[in-house]
Design a protein around this ligand. Structure first.
Ligand code: IMP
Length: 192
């Protein structure tokens, strides 16, 4: 029988990606599928803190084993900003976030950055964290149409195209999220 596990998200793309990696042994359910309509608070100042907050909410209110993720962009020359504020960096959408970031890096030669994902898993009475990081460079202007968020200004190390130019097939193989999900999948498939 498939083991039921909740992924604390309603993002259909993330659910599909994770369900495909986890394979046949797990039935991955979204928040909507368990009847959770709440806007779960994410008020911590770390990715791990936010991921744990979301997973704990589901475990407490619905009783399911659960995992949750939190991600963002950390820029070296900005001491790790925008970090947990990546989605709301400018108060506007992705375009405004990129504009603000490029503005804050004007004239700076240090352009190193990383995307980071932390997944928190609450299973039985245990808590586990899984992390994925992809290092790269923030370029000076947007390139490419694909992806979302900061993808048009991020060139991952070892490539000469942005995440927005590389396409989902390559991105989903090397991304911070893919690496964290892969670690979660290895753990779950070893312990099932
Ligand atoms: P989330 O925790 O995965 O929802 O990510 C929070 C925010 O970080 C997003 O709204 C984006 O601004 C940024 N972000 C996370 N992952 C990516 C990515 O793969 N590409 C571009 N931006 C990302």
């Amino acid at each position: 029988m498939k083991q039921k596990i909740v992924f604390a998200t309603n993002n259909a793309h993330k659910l599909e990606e994770v369900a495909a990696i986890l394979g046949e042994s797990y039935e991955v359910m979204s928040l909507r599928e368990i009847g959770c309509e709440a806007d779960i608070p994410e008020t911590a100042d770390t990715f791990a803190g936010n991921a744990l907050q979301k997973a704990q909410y589901v475990k407490e209110h619905f009783g399911y084993d659960c995992f949750a993720d939190d991600s963002g962009l950390e820029v070296d020359a900005l001491d790790g900003a925008p970090g947990v504020f990546s989605a709301r960096y400018s108060g506007g959408g992705s375009e405004e976030n990129m504009t603000k970031l490029l503005h804050n890096l004007t004239g700076k030669s240090e352009r190193g950055a990383q995307f980071r994902t932390v997944i928190a898993l609450l299973i039985g009475s245990d808590t586990h964290l899984f992390e994925g990081i992809v290092r790269g460079t923030i370029i000076e202007e947007r390139r490419g149409e694909g992806g979302f968020g900061y993808d048009p200004i991020f060139v991952p190390d070892g490539y000469d195209k942005t995440f927005a130019e590389l396409g989902s097939e390559v991105k989903n193989r090397i991304s911070h999220r893919a690496q964290a999900v892969e670690k979660l999948a290895i753990f779950l498939n070893e312990t099932k």
